[in-house]
Design a protein around this ligand. Sequence first.
Ligand code: 3H9
Length: 687
Amino acid sequence: MNAVATSEKQGEVGIITIDSPPVNAFGIAVREGLHGAINAFKADDTVKAIVVICAGRTFFAGADISEFGKPPQEPLLGTVFAGIEDAGKPVIAAIHGTALGGGCEFALVCNFRVSVPSAKLGLPEVKLGLLPGAGGTQRLPRIVGPELALDLMLSGRQVGANEALKLGLVDELVPEGALLEGAVAFANRVIAEGRPVTKVRDRRDQLDAVADKAPIFAAARAKAAKASRGYMAPENIIKAVEAAVTLPFDEGMVRERELFVELRDSTQSAAQRYYFFAERQGGKVPGLPADIALRNIAKVGVIGAGTMGGGITMNFLSAGIPVTLMEMTQEALDRGIGTIRRNYENSAKRGRITTDEVERCMALITPSLDMADLSDVDLVIEAVFERMDVKKDIFSRLDAVAKPGAILASNTSFLDLNEIAGATARPESVIGLHFFSPANVMRLLEIVRGEKTADDVLATSLKLAGKIGKVPVVSGVCDGFIANRIMTPRREQCEAVILEGTPPELVDKAIYGFGFGMGPFATMDLVGLDVINRSEPYRTVKQDLLDAGRRGQKSGAGYYDYDENRKATPSPLVANIIADVAAERGIPQSPPLSQDDLIARTLYPVVNEGARILEEGIAIRASDIDVACILGYNWPLYTGGPMFWADSVGLPKIVAELRRLASIHGPQFEPAPLLVKLAESGGSFTG
Ligand code: 3H9
């Protein structure tokens, strides 16, 4: 026994309570405590059954993710679990909160599982680039069958207690708030009835239920290839479940271990584990007092009911916060509210929300054509076009009507927030809340801290982000803030290399191959060249394409030609346009770049920009940049984001390549001082 494990006896039932905040992860103290307590009850003949329960907000949240990569310490999880499985007396898991990963696997090792109705179980290891490595891949298929087990382990989704009961994952539900009493009563019944102490490992009924399992594995592979292209963990999970089906239990466990270790030691899993903590870091701002009094946000105003304003509004409605939605004309207001309704109704059609919830959300909107209606809201978010004069006008008028203490936020994606704040007499209450489109779906929220933004305004915004389900990243004021700024060099370099002789389809292939969902040219065609074109002081390919009526997929042609099924093929006409533009601008031609050279050319400058963003103090930490790129630009998560990726590539290699590029293409490639310093001192961005 130790500080985290306490034991007591109620009659013939031994109760072990684990209390290791915040989430009862299986760190060394928990493993030692649990192992010792189980052994003590095993040796105690007066104890006929054992209940394991957790204190605090949740059942075991799985292995301690921060311990991966450190030397293993006995007792290992496998040792603890073996002790439970061989206890020789019934062990009952009493579940509340979430039983995740190793926590769920622990429950599967126990002979019985009881839970409160609000509890959830799941094996989310796939999200950490791992597989359930404490017997989960062998035991879960023995309870729910290989098909559902694959679904649960490949998606990492959680199963509610009611569904778990139906699946046989849980044996009994006990009333909310009475878990211990319910579990002890259950244990007493098991003792009284002399129920056989069966072990999940000894079951084969669910494994043998379907004779031909090949189609199940083929379907899982096909789905994983699409849904998780580039990720290693899904294939190893599938292999482990194949082992569960074909091998005796002990051999299956050996196979699971091999497959687990391969993942655990991979850069991918290191990246995904890093990302787990990175997301949770974003909300932490050094110097912000933990006990700072927050402003109360009970009612919100949104100015602009276009795509952005509408999406922003939905976040608050879904969280039950009323919104006054303001527009210039009745027509724009009606259109915006119509779109919001349609979006909710589509969610209802897909079964994500009920029709009652649609109406509940819609009833929270107060439409308005008059800024004076914003006088009673606690936070206003402006989401109108990106023009400084328009924004300044709105903020000065807003300043006149908003109540004292109201937070005035702009959704600007690149304008100077300090200048906007300067249009008010309360710059301390002005902040940037930069949502990404579609704002009701994308999880990233860049919180832009102006020169004068008050601490309580920042702290309130961080808290609010959590309330509306966003992952916050704090940015200083600069052109493009973190995500848009850091990704600009990728766009610029992709556009540059096609003028030097690498065709767009090769660039797209390289970027897609790196793990992005789409290459930049295919993306521009999807979004519409007219939407993203900007005027430049020189002739551009994009402008020529637009002049030729090639607006992208919607016009049947852009950087590619499209057939009636929107299948893209490279276009000779585009090749000619590119050659013309290059000739007119006197750009020297070279042979097409290789995949590796394309990645270095287009993504090392992103890393370099990240270094500058850190140097300037725009981002608090490198991991915030990674979160912004992964959530804002779909940067492949399994690389950990640009800064983690840079560390895994090796900073000296990146510096050398940037210097080589600078010698050919000019000083914009010169490595940032911070990057050089880290490379020369053996340092890293994220270590
Ligand atoms: C595994 O089990 C492998 C096995 O199959 C095989 C082994 C051989 N470890 O999310 P929150 C921290 S892999 C360490 O904000 P919530 C977290 O960083 C594991 N730390 O709370 C945060 O710290 P801080 C499989 C952990 O209420 C604090 O706890 N399990 C762990 O919103 C609060 O977290 C998983 O993948 C951990 N396992 O959500 C489950 N979990 O306060 C991962 C959390 O310093 N965890 N922390 O920022 C979760 O999904 C959520 O944390 C949970 C609570 C739903 C439990």
